[in-house]
Ligand binder design. Structure first.
Ligand code: FES
Length: 185
């Protein structure tokens, strides 16, 4: 696909026409946050952390749901965007079990550090999940599934559907009590 010029925070960059805007922005060094997007999967637009402003469009738009067009003019970082991302992340964190033992990569944890939300005193939203009981499944030698850490990004479901072609995973229950099940559970 053809390379076209777009503008991010006033900087001219080359991006692939029709490609995912968030992915292209990151390839060009703009570290826009985002937890539900993965370059091998169709975008979900669930976490809203990748919000940007696009000239000619109202409000903030999830960059993972946009395709690159020639001449696009984007704001990736300004005070309003960063405050909105922090607010959204704070809300997301309030629904998580934030205990971290440091033994695995944790994208949510990295963003908490980036936005200062690793410190409970910096959070506006109080934890709401402490009372919800989930069972940790460590029966696999290669995977551990802890539902209390699920951010409902759909990446595992989509990887199962779109990459593996198995269509095995789905959500069970709703809202705070929802969790991922395989097959009939
Ligand atoms: S990465 Fe775009 S909405 Fe989650």
């Amino acid at each position: 696909m053809a390379k076209v010029k777009i503008y991010i925070d006033g900087k001219e960059v080359l991006a692939t026409e029709g490609a995912n805007l968030l992915h292209q922005a990151r390839l060009n060094g703009f570290n826009i946050p985002g937890l539900c997007y993965h370059h091998k999967l169709t975008p979900t637009g669930a976490c809203r952390l990748c919000l940007v402003k696009v000239e000619g469009q109202r409000g903030m738009v999830a960059s993972c749901t946009l395709a690159v067009k020639e001449g696009m003019n984007i704001v990736a970082f300004d005070q309003e965007l960063e405050e909105t991302r922090r607010f959204l992340l704070d809300y997301l964190v309030s629904e998580q079990n934030t205990h971290y033992d440091g033994t695995y990569p944790d994208e949510l944890r990295e963003l908490m550090l980036r936005y200062g939300l690793d410190k409970p005193e910096n959070r506006f939203f109080k934890p709401v999940k402490a009372h919800v009981e989930f069972r940790v499944d460590s029966s696999s030698p290669v995977l551990t599934y802890d539902p209390s850490k699920c951010i409902k990004c759909f990446r595992c479901i989509k990887a199962c559907d779109e990459v593996q072609g198995k269509n095995v995973l789905s959500f069970y229950e709703r809202g705070l009590n929802s969790f991922i099940v395989a097959g009939t559970g």
